[in-house]
Design a protein around this ligand. Structure first.
Ligand SMILES: [Zn+2]
Length: 446
């Protein structure tokens, strides 16, 4: 297909307002899934639309031949909401191209990246009538709302979508022109703690000093989570942490992503964190105990001399390989139960959890991914990075299908994913199409 035709189809894909979280857009979500089914059928894949209790999943199969690996290419056709609308340079679902950059909601996340893979498959099928490996394309419509129906779908279709490895392009390159392989992700465990002292707010003059203040108690408990070197003080918290390898520390120091840049992006007065590690190491390979919200008592204007009845704090713990979210939740519960004084009552509720993820970038499919990236940018060494965030579907692929995931991002760090004026370079369609070809070839050659 000509570049112009490819671009015009990509812009068509972007015209669907496939916002998964908002019921008003349900027709657009469905129309987008139908469009995708038609496209995948047109390039020669056996394609079906699978309804779920939420938005449909699109699954397509390439030519199946015995004796070669099966690669599952995952993406999502749903997008984030567009507000604040007034900050967009153009309507978010009326894509435009300026200086080789496409602006539209979903341009990078994830329509551009998954469409680039589809273009790669299309080119190979046209040229050879076949693909280098057995390929399954799975594109879901609920990624932006946490993929609630994906794990059950994988379970109920595990024979149909059994595969050896998963490829996802839904992340960023570390810098423009730098081939990037994300081989690790942090996990997460969320917990909410509520302390109740008196059964109603009290006059601090009449009771202050005799009744303990739950906000003070909770502040004390929060401050007990870290030592003076900003290490998490919970007993056993680091027991399962896989130490950083020497090559990782050396390689990360050379990445085109330095502390000054992190500081600038953060808008903080200074970077600070666990002693003994660089900021990138702290984000990518060290666990954290984070307070996401803390409150209690009077928050309005002026003074109110109150001894509050309640204090609440919300925590998330970002976890690294091989920490187990359930074990961390148990440690945190123990810490609070042992240290909460009898002057308050505690309610501790665990929230969502996700496992950390790590694949060996130098062995097996990881090595194949590196070779493919090397071919994509001749003469450049792929950047091997981890990410501090969590992608729970990666753990689902591992648990349900037993397959590792290769995260090969095609977006740029400044692509404004989830923000107004999301962008994707037109050239990355062709780049992603070639990546698709190379990675399938390298996996097949392994
Ligand atoms: Zn997203």
């Amino acid at each position: 297909m000509s570049t112009d035709a490819a671009l015009s189809q990509y812009l068509d894909f972007l015209r669907f307002g496939s916002i998964s979280t908002d019921a008003k857009y349900k027709d657009q979500v469905n129309a987008c899934a139908d469009w995708l089914v038609a496209k995948l059928k047109a390039i020669g894949l056996k394609t079906a639309l699978h309804p779920t209790p939420g938005h449909p999943v699109v699954v397509a199969h390439g030519p199946k031949k015995p004796g070669r690996p099966t690669v599952l290419i995952y993406g999502h056709y749903d997008v984030q909401p567009v507000d604040p609308l007034e900050l967009w340079k153009r309507p978010p679902f009326n894509p435009g191209v300026e200086n080789g950059i496409v602006t539209a909601r979903g341009a990078s996340d994830n329509k551009g990246q998954i469409f680039a893979h589809i273009l790669g498959l299309e080119a190979a099928l046209k040229e050879t009538g076949d693909l280098p490996a057995n390929v399954i394309v799975l594109v879901e419509g609920e990624e932006e709302i946490g993929s609630p129906n994906l794990a059950p779908f994988l379970q109920s279709h595990r024979d149909e979508i059994a595969c050896d490895v998963v490829i996802i392009s839904d992340s960023s390159m570390v810098a423009p022109g730098v081939p990037t392989f994300t081989y690790g992700l942090r996990g997460i465990a969320a917990i909410e703690v509520t302390l109740t002292g008196p059964d109603h707010d009290l006059h601090s003059g009449i009771f202050g000093g005799a009744v303990e203040n739950p906000v003070t108690v909770l502040a004390r408990l929060i401050s007990g989570l870290h030592d003076k070197n900003l290490k998490v003080k919970l007993d056993g918290f680091y027991d399962q942490v896989k130490p950083l390898e020497k090559w990782e520390r050396t390689a990360w120091k050379k990445l085109p992503l330095n502390d000054a840049e992190l500081l600038k992006i953060s808008g903080a007065p200074a970077l600070r964190g666990e002693k003994g590690f660089t900021p990138l190491e702290r984000i990518w390979a060290r666990p954290t105990a984070e307070v996401n919200g803390f409150g209690g008592g009077y928050q309005g204007e002026g003074t109110k001399t109150v001894l509050p009845s309640k204090a609440i704090a919300k925590f998330t713990f970002r976890l690294v390989p091989d920490q187990d979210p359930a074990k961390i939740v148990a440690l945190v519960e123990d810490y609070f139960r042992e240290n909460v004084p009898p002057s308050v009552q505690m309610r501790l509720v665990p929230g969502h959890a996700g496992e950390p993820y790590l694949v060996d970038p130098h062995a097996g499919f990881g090595a194949a991914a590196q070779k493919a990236l090397g071919r994509l940018f001749p003469g450049k060494k792929p950047a091997l990075i981890r990410e501090g965030g969590s992608i729970p579907i990666v753990a689902d692929f591992k648990h349900v299908l037993g397959a590792d995931t290769l995260l090969l991002g095609l977006a740029l760090a400044d692509c404004n994913a989830h923000s107004p004026n999301e962008t994707f370079p037109v050239a990355h369609l062709e780049l992603g199409a070639r990546l698709n070809r190379y990675v399938l070839e390298e996996i097949a050659a392994k």
